[in-house]
Design a protein. Sequence first.
Length: 316
Amino acid sequence: MEPHSRRGSLHGTLSITKLKSSRPCTLRDATGHDDPPRSNRRALQRTLKIARTQILVATAVALLIAWPVAAQETADSLGSTKVMEEIGADTDPTKPVAFSLRDEFARLNATTSVNSLIFRVDRLFLEGLGVQGPARGILARLDIPVNTFSNPSTTETGLGDVYMQALVAPRIQGNFVMAGGTGLVLPTASSTKLGRGKWIASPAIAPIWLFPREGVAYIKIQDWFSFAGQSNRPKVHYLTVTGLILRRISKQWWLLLDTESNTDWLNEGHTWYKSGLLLGIMFSNRVGLSVKGEIPFGQYRPGDWTIKTSLFLTRF
């Protein structure tokens, strides 16, 4: 869980028409229609700029994905050995883990940091649905974080906001899967510094490409919005778009690259980005370890860097 949130010309003949009322003057074009207020035009321009950026990011990721998919032969299974099937399970949204213990340290600035120790457990429900895909049923996930906030004046440790997720990932055709579902953030934090104090829903959809014996790639679009909670805490509404490629580099080792945009709809569409590199190893068929570094960038980035370490046990 890692929810964060931060930061032309006119053509044609124009004439200025004064209104009899006290309202300010408006611009009229050759058709006689009022132009929208300047503030609305600026907001529209910002929204279009954000949309263009996200489309470019998604397109770039899709092009990166298309090359190995086109070169990869169709296979009946995801891997020729059990180790290959479980590689990257803790970062593949379609694979259930029995449990994982993840530590995430984020340096926000030179004097402020947040550390999260997250216990994760997955479970498959309604396997009798017969969903033809990597997860044959509904995959439910529970993240329980213990957070530590630290700055020069205080250090607080306690329970953070619990995150729950449920998704279904039917196989559409061949090695293409379409995952969809929703997440829910519960305002369980023991301190205002350790959580948002809001109930937050986060519906998501993710087209996923499976590379037999090689890895996985997906583009995930997830919208986060608050709908209840403490009235004195800020509302939340932001969109994340994530492109990810995971590739096996040997029988036990794998590599992951991802980039994510984060757009705050309640703050004039301010958008920041982060990119990450993960290296993982499977010690056995079921036990694995991964280490990931992330760098946020952009004018509205919320921090300097993040390090994530995860030890996990797969369910199968």
